[in-house]
Design a protein around this ligand. Structure first.
Ligand code: ZN
Ligand code: ZN
Ligand code: ZN
Length: 130
């Protein structure tokens, strides 16, 4: 068990005027000290903002966010956020010049180096074929 070192003193809470006799730190300014109760009150539990936004990727409705978005144009829902994070973690895309074996559209990046460049499929076809 570690006991936190408390500093003894004789201060008053700037909010409720109750006496503060110890603090976990040495206050630089004694004018805006708050007792534990007021401190707990002033700290919001976990802020979340309610709203009516849409995910910029999948258009899913977003109703709460842990922050107040300044720019609502590029919000991402949790799913898309996680997906993006996973993709970023998965690493670099490989740049190249391939054609989709199904629809013939140009592919210029792939998450892997294709062993057989004749049988690559674009993201759309890949998803449709699953
Ligand atoms: Zn207080
Ligand atoms: Zn989304
Ligand atoms: Zn295709």
């Amino acid at each position: 068990m570690t006991e936190r070192k408390m500093i003894q003193g004789n201060w008053t809470c700037c909010e409720c005027n109750s006496a503060i006799t110890e603090l976990p730190f040495n206050p630089r300014s004694t004018d805006d000290l708050k007792c534990n109760d007021c401190m707990a009150k002033s700290r919001p539990a976990r802020e979340s903002f309610e709203g009516n936004w849409a995910c910029s990727k999948c258009n899913a409705a977003i109703t709460t966010l842990p922050f107040n978005p300044e720019n609502t144009e590029n919000l991402t829902c949790r799913d898309c956020y996680m997906k993006e994070k996973a993709e970023r973690r998965a690493g670099k895309m490989i740049q190249g010049n391939w054609k989709c074996m199904h629809c013939g559209s140009d592919i210029n990046e792939l998450p892997f180096n294709p062993r057989d460049p004749e049988s690559v499929s674009c993201r759309d076809c890949f998803q449709n074929n699953r």
